[in-house]
Write a protein that binds this ligand. Structure first.
Ligand SMILES: [Zn+2]
Length: 90
């Protein structure tokens, strides 16, 4: 049995509990612990990168804006901080 790190929160997860699934905003898959899977939590930097790829928060589809907003709660980030992180990629 190999323990893995959740790609969203970093918590150690046993291989049995580790859930790999596709992310809706990218072609890449993401491995998550049961808690992040249940809460639809994604890796923060992935969201920043995907948002940057779209061209900014305001250009993201409504469902993606909702996904980002709900994820920011877990990351202890404000929308302003998120947008600043997106702009850092420019
Ligand atoms: Zn997790």
């Amino acid at each position: 049995m190999v323990d893995k790190n959740c790609q969203s929160c970093g918590n150690i997860t046993t291989e049995d509990e580790y859930l790999v699934c596709s992310a809706p905003y990218t072609a890449m898959s993401v491995g998550r612990c049961p808690s992040c899977f249940a809460n639809d939590r994604y890796p923060y930097q992935d969201l920043v990168g995907a948002c940057w790829g779209v061209g900014g928060f305001d250009l993201c589809a409504d469902w993606f804006q909702d996904l980002i907003t709900s994820n920011l709660v877990f990351c202890n980030k404000t929308k302003k901080e998120f947008i600043a992180d997106v702009n850092k990629l420019d």
